[in-house]
Ligand binder design. Structure first.
Ligand code: GEK
Length: 249
């Protein structure tokens, strides 16, 4: 019996490679399909931050508590948390409001052989009930939440966090100084170019994200985290205009 040769699944991010009409960036099926390649080639430090989420989770996960990955996409950060939790009896929940992401995340979680159950929820993180949290991760998610909702979300996370619990907040940032903003943005674009993105891809993606991804300064994040009840706020990672902050209650 002869079979039609199967078309290979395209997992290389070429979404902005050809000229297209301006439109806002969305976490749809096309993005979900190429997401691992897209985020690795676009976010400096992503491939370092993911394994460090495991290390940090191992330090802060408390037996009998909840752990949340808010904006989990395909579950890379969720899996890092799962392995960091190890054999502690934590309740791990991943949340994303993109059905295309959650559908694929279910598959990746099932492929991982760790025994800790993961509950995946397709909902807006602004609606997620949070309680008794020892580790919460916002790995490049808050930047997509409308600025007017950020304080309330962080207040809820702070209130739900147990004493000694932690929040890992990774974000693209902006700088007070226009000169530094220019230099760091240029370096980020060079990073993308070195990873094979063309000038057209870089500029079209930038336009698509302009009104969707709204970065803040490190100082603004630090202030909000302190106002939300986190007593220790530390930048543990920075590469160009991308940071990860550890906030401990
Ligand atoms: C990783 N953490 O691989 N409610 C729920 N999900 C949301 C919301 C919201 N209000 N806004 C955005 N998202 C992941 C990467 S990606 C980062 C996170 C990026 C979701 C959105 O659907 C997307 O899946 C994710 O947040 C952001 O470590 O693409 O730069």
């Amino acid at each position: 019996m002869s079979r039609k040769p199967q078309k290979p699944v395209q997992t290389r991010d070429r979404l902005f490679a050809t000229e297209q009409e301006a439109g806002e960036f969305r976490f749809d099926a096309a993005v979900a399909r190429v997401f691992p390649d897209m985020i690795r080639r676009s976010v400096p430090g992503y491939t370092t931050i993911i394994p460090m989420i495991e290390v940090i989770t191992d330090q802060y996960a408390q037996a009998g508590s909840h752990c949340y990955d808010l904006g989990c996409s395909l579950g890379a950060s969720t899996l890092a948390m799962r392995h960091g939790i190890g054999d502690r009896d934590c309740l791990l929940t991943g949340v994303d409001n993109s059905p295309d992401m959650i559908e694929r995340a279910e598959h990746f979680i099932a492929l991982d052989d760790h025994p800790l159950p993961v509950s995946l929820r397709c909902e807006d993180i602004l609606d997620t009930q949070l309680q008794q949290a020892s580790v919460t991760t916002l790995n490049f998610t808050l930047q997509f939440v409308a600025p007017e909702h950020r304080n309330a979300l962080l207040t809820r996370i702070g209130d739900a966090t147990l004493h000694g619990g932690a929040l890992i907040l990774s974000e693209k940032i902006r700088f007070e100084s226009a000169a530094e903003q220019d230099i760091q943005t240029r370096l980020h674009h060079e990073f993308k170019r070195a990873n094979g993105y063309s000038d057209l891809e870089i500029s079209q993606k930038r336009s698509a994200l302009e009104r969707v991804l709204l970065p803040e300064t490190i100082a603004a994040h630090q202030q909000r985290l302190q106002d939300s009840g986190f007593s220790r706020v530390m930048v543990w990672y920075q590469c160009f205009n991308f940071v990860s902050i550890l906030a401990v209650k």
